[in-house]
Design a protein around this ligand. Structure first.
Ligand SMILES: [Zn+2]
Length: 383
């Protein structure tokens, strides 16, 4: 049922294709869509399946902070896929975040999902991980609201997809949440209880996002310099994957917040196959801004000044570098028309950078050749 050979395929088909393999599928949050063609070209040349995604904060009915609605994002991703003739990709809604879980928020969320489905999305991440009851006496009670909201939205997606397959990611343990002792990590029994409860409700996700020590974007030392480190707790991640496997729950792990982790460490130390989806977001924004510094210095300066003037006053005590790093994403919408009107040489450089960086990610993730596995699995009639 594919209208042409570069339309997005279900996220579930990609994840089923690499099931049991030591591979992580890259999911790229392309806040500035110019990088997409470079990523797709690298995916095609290495035959690596890939997810293209944006979170609710990045892309919603009013454009999020990237200035793209689901329809615009889909249009740009489909155009880039078509230009390269690449077929093994999913169009994914990252972090469909629900913060309160009340009727009004659920209603608005369903409107967003409607727009995503109209735009041709093939994969969805419901993130109700904020809804955690500290008063709960059992794990099930602690997770009750997350389970209720995730079930409601997953069933809504299923009804609206009208029998078409789709990818489903869910989340337990808010990524980057801290208490007095540091980052709060997801426990294996939480992951198992959460997925078990969803399955009882006839909701069957392929992939689970957990809090395992990563944070979104960069991390910094006390001088505001970017720190590279392997911050994810690998033993804990393996323990969660093993607990899910031992309970025959058939769900892999989505690793969020990869930008700050050096790829040589991912290559050698990440538990590939336990982690099956790896989200890379801020990195692609850096690729664009680093290129602009040289190719479009006047535009870069305008973006820098706008960001610092707006966000310095609300970040007292922080160094300019950190203020810019943390908030330049909000300049994307403000400078939308400039960012998409750079000259051909700039665009070529951005895409070449994105191409080369994608090769290194695909290698580090072990995903070369994964697209062939996906095609093979899709060609087989369901058992
Ligand atoms: Zn994330």
């Amino acid at each position: 049922m594919k209208p042409n050979n570069s339309s997005p395929i279900p996220g579930s088909a990609i994840l089923a294709g690499v099931s049991g393999r030591k591979a992580i599928i890259m999911a790229a949050n392309v806040r500035i869509a110019t990088v997409a063609e470079g990523i797709f070209r690298a995916a095609k040349d290495t035959d690596s399946a890939v997810f293209m995604e944006l979170a609710r904060s990045e892309c919603d009915l009013r454009g999020g902070y990237t200035g793209m609605t689901p329809q615009v994002f889909s249009g740009k991703m489909n155009a880039a896929a078509k230009a390269t003739g690449f077929d093994a990709w999913a169009l994914h809604a990252d972090h469909i975040s629900i913060k309160k879980g009340d009727v009004a928020e659920i209603e608005q969320t369903k409107q967003l999902i409607d727009a995503q489905i109209r735009a041709g999305y093939t994969s969805f991440a419901i993130d109700a991980s904020h809804l955690f009851s500290f008063e709960g006496k059992t794990v099930r009670e602690e997770l009750a609201e997350n389970i209720r909201v995730t079930t409601d939205l997953a069933q809504y997606i299923e009804s609206k997809m009208k029998g078409n397959e789709f990818g489903l990611e869910v989340e337990v343990g808010e990524i980057g949440r801290k208490d007095g002792d540091g980052l709060v990590l997801t426990r294996p029994e939480e992951a198992v209880e959460f997925i078990r409860a969803l399955k009882e409700n006839n909701v069957h996700p392929q992939v689970l996002a957990i809090a395992n020590g990563s944070t979104h974007g960069h991390t910094y030392d006390e001088n505001g310099n970017v720190v590279e480190q392997l911050s994810i707790d690998i033993p804990q991640t393996k323990a969660i994957a093993a607990a899910l496997r031992n309970n025959e729950l058939n769900v892999g792990i989505a690793q969020h917040g990869i930008t700050g982790t050096p790829r040589e460490l991912i290559n050698l130390h990440f538990p590939k196959g336990d982690i099956i989806k790896g989200n890379v977001g801020t990195f692609w924004q850096d690729v664009v801004f680093d290129t602009l510094k040289v190719y479009e210095p006047a535009l870069y300066k305008d973006i820098r000044n706008w960001t610092l003037e707006k966000y310095r006053p609300v970040n007292p005590g922080k160094k300019d570098r950190q203020v810019f790093d943390g908030n330049c994403k909000f300049a994307i919408k403000e400078f939308y028309s400039d960012l998409y009107a750079v000259d051909a040489e700039t665009e070529m450089a951005i895409q070449a950078m994105a191409y080369a960086e994608s090769l290194v990610f695909f290698r580090a993730f072990g995903s070369y050749g994964s697209a062939a596995l996906v095609r093979k699995k899709m060609a087989k009639p369901a058992a």
